[in-house]
Design a protein around this ligand. Structure first.
Ligand SMILES: Cc1ncc(COP(=O)(O)O)c(C=O)c1O
Length: 389
């Protein structure tokens, strides 16, 4: 279907119809599939017949979601997983072994940092975290067994923007692959595979669902890599529930419209925050004051819908803003139609050491807003109360 435009692919790619020819995609809630006879069972297990076997391996609803997301990212293949973290873990398990080395950007999502910095380290996989926006730092970090570069752009929560094409070139020059966490932008705003990335990972829990209903994840990109991820998944089992895949499949239909509307509100809110006396700094790639604004405008269709800002008064000032809200949801999720507010230092990034947090620029006064679909006037009013002090 790749001859179609993004909007068409969002509603038409990956259609799974049963014998009833339903118009909305069918949800196949089944853990296994029946074979016509013993020979077919054997052929399915050997792979000679590509039909479904068991839902840990494949399921038609999951396949439909994978096909739709692959089409939107412009990837050769996609494998869906139980969560964003299981997508990152599965990618690491499929591409790395003991003794290998990873170059990762500083300021990754907290659990991703923990996964590379602590968990994979226990199994002999070493990661060097480098300042996200400095291409020379990526080059300088390369070791003999560097196999994977892992970046998140814009980063969570400081919205640092990384030059994907530049990092891809550095990774490829040493024979490594580049994986990009495209959670914040989604393919509606940024297509890393077109800029040289080998795979994209997603927390589908966020904008791909778009209404905060289910967990999910995905690895999209070169078939040789995605096939290895699928092999790991089939054995180790962090597979997505067909129900969750169905919700995400339907979420993809409205992805571009939501991303555009949420980004439009986000820039208005970011500009307003810049004018508020209690706000010391605003981090939003769509603002001219953002250090990588020009790169962001080249690489992304808009600044996205995440606005972070630092308030005066450290943790006390930040918690006052959080606790003064009446409408905005105090929750760690992002990418929902409902706006959410998070204090990263005490929640999403609370488990990493204070030194690592400071090195990543996550101060006690930092707040992250994931802008939803509400009216901007109501969002401003909800934040103004706590900012007024
Ligand atoms: C950028 C980013 N990557 C990955 C994840 C992990 O996704 P999940 O919660 O679906 O495991 C998150 C979750 O917040 C995230 O923000």
């Amino acid at each position: 279907m790749s001859e179609y435009e993004f909007d068409t692919l969002a509603v038409r790619a990956g259609i799974a119809r049963s014998q009833f020819n339903e118009h909305s995609e069918a949800l196949y809630l089944t853990s296994s599939f029946v074979f016509d006879n013993a020979a077919q069972a054997a052929a399915r297990f050997s792979g000679a017949d590509e039909g479904n076997v068991y839902a840990r391996f494949t399921n038609p609803t999951v396949t439909a979601m994978q096909q739709r997301l692959a089409a939107l990212e412009g990837g050769e293949a996609c494998v869906a997983t139980a969560s964003g973290m299981s997508a990152i873990l599965s990618l690491a398990m499929a591409t790395l072994q003991a003794g290998d080395h990873v170059v990762a950007s500083m300021g990754l999502f907290g659990a991703t940092q923990q996964l590379f910095g602590t968990i994979l380290a226990k199994f002999g996989i070493e990661t060097t975290f480098v300042p996200a926006t400095d291409p020379d730092a990526y080059r300088a970090a390369i070791k003999a067994r560097t196999r994977l570069f892992f970046i998140e752009t814009p980063s969570n929560p400081l919205t640092e923007v990384i030059d994907i094409a530049a990092v891809a070139e550095i990774a490829h020059a040493c024979g490594a692959i580049l994986a990009v966490d495209n959670c914040f932008c989604t393919p509606a705003l940024q297509r890393p595979l077109e800029m040289g990335a080998d795979v994209v990972v997603h927390s589908a829990t966020k904008y791909l669902d778009g209404q905060g209903r289910v967990l999910g994840g995905a690895v999209v990109g070169k078939k040789v890599i995605v096939d290895e991820v699928l092999k790991f998944l089939r054995t180790a089992g962090p597979s997505i529930s067909p129900f969750n895949a169905w919700v995400i499949l339907k979420g993809l239909e409205t992805l571009r419209i939501r991303m555009e509307a949420q980004s439009a509100t986000a820039i208005e809110l970011a500009r307003w925050l810049e004018q508020q006396a209690g706000v010391e700094r605003v981090y939003y790639p769509g603002l001219a004051s953002h250090p990588q604004h020009e790169l962001a405008m080249r690489q992304q269709k808009s600044g996205g819908a995440i606005v972070s800002f630092e308030v005066a008064g450290g943790r006390e000032g930040a918690w006052r803003v959080v606790d003064s809200t009446r409408m905005i949801s105090i929750t760690a999720n992002l990418g929902d139609a409902k706006t959410t507010i998070t204090h990263p230092a005490s929640t999403t990034h609370g488990r990493i050491s204070a030194e690592a947090r400071a090195a990543a620029g996550i101060t006690e006064g930092l707040l992250r807003i994931a802008v939803g679909l509400e009216a901007v006037e109501d969002l401003r009013a909800d934040l103004a109360r706590g900012l007024a002090g």
